[in-house]
Design a protein around this ligand. Structure first.
Ligand SMILES: Cc1cc2nc3c(=O)[nH]c(=O)nc-3n(C[C@H](O)[C@H](O)[C@H](O)COP(=O)(O)OP(=O)(O)OC[C@H]3O[C@@H](n4cnc5c(N)ncnc54)[C@H](O)[C@@H]3O)c2cc1C
Length: 325
């Protein structure tokens, strides 16, 4: 738990975020991020498509508190939609409302999203609203409700650690949903903390949506849950057309290929851009061994310094909190 808090703490550090943007790709981020620009990302998508793997593309971006940045992100996502169409690749979009200005102004964010969703709709491209931390949960659902009045190419994510997940999945059962455990640090007031409880809640949500809902994206690297789903769909005669497995780019590659080869729909979450830091720190919070993915390139002087600064900042933060109590 301490390690998880440590990496979640690092994921929110803006100084380290900007350092990572500067040096990231020299440090080996390319094993978990599919390129720094649209051209490189499209090449990665084309390669995955050759294995029968579909993609959901995430234009990385965090800490957006200025309108100019949100507008830049919107333009970039519109360009990605155009690139999907022009290159005729099997892909759709994943986006985070905060990147489009949710922390700046709700209506500004809504109008950015309206433009994106409308363009994607005109090309028959699906848009997934990634779910962030609890504070952004209800506003994100509100945006979805508003946009759904005119468009049906929208879906979202249900995070199994939230107490309200069961209620949300019932309300949004007619949407294409991605089901996950949940990646952020959440309080005991709103979320389960015990991993076994979260795992079994995820299984219950998956079963519910497979039986009652629209298309289900089962997004996990957990082979126990994947094996359970394989058994469950076979026992309940659920068609392979009704669901897919999803994993993150660069994670458990062999398993990704294996599932696609077995004839399951498979979709890889493809992040690209230079703003990879917060994304990767959350992956370390989930599983510190994920450091192995970039370890070869990572352990040089520069990263040791970055991690050192992070550890120092974290420990100082904890000490000063303790002193304040
Ligand atoms: C495609 C995708 C989209 C996501 N979108 C969101 C989102 O919008 N919002 C959100 O909050 N979260 C999102 N997440 C993150 C998610 O909530 C979890 O935090 C994350 O997936 C870790 O949980 P897990 O289910 O993969 O398995 P874990 O609980 O991390 O792992 C369970 C077990 O699986 C095995 N395992 C896991 N990873 C590996 C590995 N790399 N190699 C070998 N074995 C491994 C290990 O045995 C491990 O003990 C997303 C995840 C994916 C895959």
């Amino acid at each position: 738990m301490l390690l998880k808090n440590f990496f979640i703490g690092l994921s929110q550090n803006q100084l380290l975020n900007s350092l990572a943007q500067k040096y990231g790709f020299k440090l080996g981020a390319q094993s978990v991020v599919a390129g720094t620009n649209i051209e490189e990302m499209i090449e990665s998508v084309k390669e995955l498509n050759t294995y029968g793997i579909s993609c959901t593309i995430d234009n990385l971006g965090e800490f957006v508190y200025e309108k100019e940045e949100a507008t830049k992100a919107k333009k970039q996502i519109l360009d990605v939609i155009e690139a999907i169409k022009v290159n005729n690749v099997d892909a759709h979009i994943s986006l985070k409302p905060t990147q489009l200005g949710l922390d700046i102004d709700y209506d500004f964010c809504l109008s950015n999203l309206q433009e994106i969703v409308a363009k994607a709709d005109s090309y028959d491209i699906f848009i997934n609203f990634d779910m962030e931390d609890y504070g952004h949960l209800q506003p994100s659902f509100d945006l979805i409700d508003e946009l759904s009045k005119e468009h049906d190419n929208i879906g979202t994510v249900i995070q199994a650690y939230f107490f309200r997940a069961e209620e949300d999945i019932q309300k949004y059962k007619d949407y294409r949903l991605r089901l996950v455990k949940g990646a952020y640090k959440e309080s005991e007031a709103v979320a389960y903390q015990d991993k076994r409880v979260i795992d079994s809640n995820l299984v219950a949500l998956i079963e519910y949506h497979l039986l009652n809902g629209k298309f289900t994206s089962i997004a996990t690297h957990d082979h126990n849950i994947i094996n359970h789903v394989k058994r469950f769909v076979a026992e309940n005669n659920i068609s392979k057309e009704k669901f897919e497995f999803q994993m993150l780019y660069g994670f458990r590659k062999e398993l990704q290929h294996e599932l696609a080869k077995e004839g399951y729909n498979f979709c890889t979450y493809v992040p690209f851009g230079t703003d990879w830091y917060g994304y990767f720190m959350r992956r370390l919070a989930e599983r510190p061994q994920n450091l192995n993915l970039i370890a070869k390139q990572v352990f040089n002087k520069k990263t040791n310094t970055m991690i050192g600064i992070g550890v120092g900042a974290f420990l100082l933060g904890r000490l000063s909190k303790r002193n304040k109590k």
